[in-house]
Structure formats: C-alpha cells, structure tokens
Design a protein around this ligand. Sequence first.
Ligand code: HOZ
Length: 430
Amino acid sequence: MRPREKSESLFAEALKYLPGGVNSPVRAFRAVGGQPFFVHRAAGQFVWDVDGNQLLDFVGTWGPAILGHAHPRILQAVRDTALHGTSFGIPNPLEVTMARRITELVPSVQKVRMCNSGTEACMSAVRLARGFTRRDKIIKFDGCYHGHGDALLVKAGSGALTFGHPDSAGVPADFAKHTVVLPFNDPDAVKAAFAQCPSEIAAVILEPVPANAGLYLPRPGYLEFLREITRAEGALLIFDEVMTGFRLAPGGAQERFGITPDLSTFGKIIGGGLPVGAFGGRADIMDHLAPLGPVYQAGTLSGNPLAMAAGLAALEELGANGHAAYARLEQLGAQLEAGMRDAAKAANVPVQFQRLGSMFCAYFTSGPVHNLTDAMRSDRERFKRFFHGMLAEGIYLAPSQFEAGFLSTAHTPADLERTVATAARVLRTL
Ligand code: HOZ
C-alpha cells in the first residue's frame, strides 16, 4: 500500500469545512481509529483512493452497488438521460416505469411514492401509517436504523449506535414519546406492548433482517408473528427494505421470508448509486397521501430522471437471465461464509460470521447473535484490529462493527479466496 498522503491532506482540509470532515458520520473512521481514505474512482468490485491504492470493496457504497461500481449499463442510462435535462419538477415517464417495476417485483406494493433517501422513505411511511390509522404510537426495535427522522432516532443502529448516540440530542422527548422501543426477536415484548397500549399503536416498523447493528436474522416464525399480531391489533406492518430490498431476492426480504407487509420502504439499489428513496404498499393506505388524501409528503427532486434511469438500469440488469444474479450472489456468499468460518476456527478466534444472501457481518464473540444485546458483546477492539489488518492488505470492510458487508455480482470467487486467505492471516494476529 502506498502512504495515504493525499488522503491525509484532503482530510485535514475537510476538517476545516465539514463537521468531522465528512457528510455522514460512519465515514469518519472514528469507530475504528485512523483517518478515512478519499476515493478517486471506483469500478466493478474495486475502489481506488487518491493515493493510487486499489481496494477490494465490501461496502459497495453501503448497498447500492449490487452490480459493482460504474456498471456500464447504469452509466449509459445516466448519460443518455442527462442529455435531456437533469430535473424537471413535473412528471416524467421514467417515474411511472419505476413505480410499475417496483409493483411487479414486490407484490405487496400496489402504489409507490418516490423520494430522495431511505430516511425520507421511513419518516414518510410512519407519518402515513399514523394518518391512516389515526393512532400516534409506533413500535421499533433496538438497533434497527430507519434513517435519522426524529421519531425513529430512538435506540437506533448504524452511526447513531457506533458513536454512542442511539437517542440523538436534538430530538425533543415529546417527539420520541410515541416511539415504543423493543428488543428484536422477542414476541412476548411485542405482545406486552400491544396489551399496554390497546388501539394506540399505528405501526410496527422493522428491518426484517436488521443490518445496521452488524447483521442478525429473524428467528423462524418471528416475522409471521409480527404479521399476525399487527393484523389482529389493527396496526400496520412496515418493512424497512432500504438495504434488503432488491438484494436478498428480486422482491427483497419479504419475498425471501414469504411475508406481506402493509407498507415497505426502499432506497439504495433502485437509485443505481444516485440519491433515491421510495415507500409503497396497499393502495388504500397509499391513497391517503396528498394530493388524494390528508397526509402531506413532497419533494422537489422526487422521481428525479437521472436516479430513475440509473435505478431502472440496475433493476433490468438484475432481472437479466431470469434473475441469475441472485444465484451468483448466493454462491459467493456461501463461499465467503464457509471460508471465514474455517479461517476463524483455524485461528482459534471466536467469530460469529452471520450471512444472508449477499449481506454479512463478523462479530467477535462466542455466543450467538439474535439481537442488539448479543451484538454488543462483540469485542470491538478485536474488530478494529481486524478492520485495519484487512485494509492494510487492500481489503475494505465497513469501518464499524455495527454495519453489514455487501457482495456484488462483480466480486469473483478468486476475490473471495484472497479475502479469506488474508482474513486467516489477520485473524492469527489478533
Ligand atoms: N448504515 C448506513 C446505511 N444504512 C450507513 C450509511 C451512512 O450512514 O452513511
């Protein structure tokens, strides 16, 4: 690796003008120590920093790059579309195509509203659920992160958890008091909350596969239980599929687990790497949105033609050859999982390597991880050393224990062999 002199000097400059030198906290590397590198370009499974180092990338811009970076089909779509203008603020045909495509891929979604980020999607879905049910309270789960809307920034994961602010300053207690936070994978806690607040809970929102506190899976039957209890109690079930949507299957986690939520939120992949968000679900609920209904939600850049074109190109590519991309991602994931488990065993380091499809996480703990309490038992000092050991060998993992890793179709079996061999060496030094 070449010394990161240009990155260091850019970061020094960035610190003068950007809080913490970044535009999103996890990028600052504070959870792992050291300084972030600055990216000059990215292509396929690699990013190159401004000092000329090539890194094998398992962050994939936090999920959107499921086809790898700078995919030719996406670049072409953006170029072609940009020639006609970059934003209109009035309907364009690509929005309609995108909405139809989402409803085809995710049958629980009958109507969609496009927006500009996952945060916006989740914030708006919660408002819609409240407006539709005429109830105020929502249930969310420890460690789930649904962006940084006030009502949802309570016991939140991702950067909020990483930096010790799961309950952010600046959120008035009055705003957060309608948010009931429960442990994940605990049906009794949900039953008790409904019993305590009968007819008050508008919605249960969750990441069906929580991926903002590392990665843990719903226990068998848990999602089915949430579907049943919300239906019985007259509350809506909201799946936050910002990360899992179009990744775990063409129809996301809900397809993989066979659950039909009332509302879903999306982002990342459907923007092809451009800023995007979306929420959708049952038509009778969605029709409560303005201009049809009383729940207000809007956005100057919503349905932006460049984001729509990039996202549609990504979805077309993922759908090519009967969605063969998902079989490839599953194979790559299985290879990585088997290799990492063997490497940890050989190094005699307690690691819980958790994976579903093309998402993964390594916790440095001997106990199983089913919820945030389990995840917090991971040895974060070990994680830091592991992260830097891998980075020094040109392998870029998410710079926090509480983030998931992502595979793309651009990764190859040889990349994963190299990753596992490197991990085997690094693990022996921890
Ligand atoms: N866990 C975040 C995405 N769901 C990481 C991205 C960010 O906060 O910048």
